[in-house]
Design a protein around this ligand. Sequence first.
Ligand code: ADP
Ligand code: F6P
Length: 323
Amino acid sequence: MKRIAVLTSGGDAPGMNAAIRSVVRVGIEAKMDVYGVNRGYAGLVGGSFVQLRARDVSGILEKGGSFLQSARCPEFKTEEGQMKALHMLRENGIEGLVVIGGNGSQTGSYALSKRGFPVVGIASTIDNDLYGSDITIGVDTALNVILEAIDRLKITASSHERAFVIEVMGRDCGYLALMAGIAGGAEAVIIPEVETDPELVAGEIRSAYERGKNHALVVVAEGAKYNATKLATYFSDNHERLGFELRVTILGHVQRGGTPSAFDRILASRLGEAAVEALADGEIGVLVGLANDRIVRTPLEVVNSRKKSLDPRVVKLATVLAK
Ligand code: ADP
Ligand code: F6P
């Protein structure tokens, strides 16, 4: 394979730049010409390719986001959009494509692969909801951003003996909330994977105060049935009976914009190399990810047909540690 392209798609994740840099430099080392596609699948459909040389990816390793830019591209979900993308790839002489992105993006890469184009995916999303990698690029940095916020909220919560709820991202997956709850010492964690009754949350907060705590912090995943807004509304509607209210912090996109941690830069660099190697080996239609600290290739078909689940022991641990 002599000419490959790389794109970033979906929600940006800290470390995407390190992955692009790795694909470019490892590709060049393997005597390939490497092209960047601007704005994810939108750039593919529109034919926006630019050749990247080693110096073009200087100074991006330490930056969050994606210097190629990312996008959500509804057109690419259609047959017409995919046929346009294939046409552009062939017109530009591209023989293999690396797709850096999360769940939706890898559904897109599978669609291209099913149409016969050689694609390798790199597991990258802060949500950590992608089957085929224990951890995805961006999760570690996002968690550290969340922890900084939790640590700060705890300080003000303690000064005022207040209860706070902090909402984190993750789409339908509770991974970020669960891990942030454990690492941040939350009194309760609410995730989509476990049905939660607000009355039980109130009980946990009350019992935390009874055990002598001077603050209470609830971490909730945005995809939970009771997200931060709904939980706070429930508490204020039942204020007299419950005896306290919840102050809400919704972290939002700040979680995606962190400076990539050492872990994310290294993971991204390793996965970039693995993606080029898979293309060079002719093992196409796979996602490269990390399993038990080893790089693994998982067929995109498997990635797209399985759901990654949370470890129930870790879910239990969060409850035990909250005591
Ligand atoms: P993420 O990759 O972060 O999960 P999205 O779910 O928004 O982000 O997906 C990113 C892009 O991947 C979409 O805008 C679309 O272009 C492409 N994509 C998502 N789902 C599909 C699908 N079912 N078929 C083809 N392309 C898809
Ligand atoms: O997939 C990453 C993610 O940040 C999710 O956690 C979140 O639900 C979504 O993207 C937000 O999407 P947007 O940036 O389009 O608002």
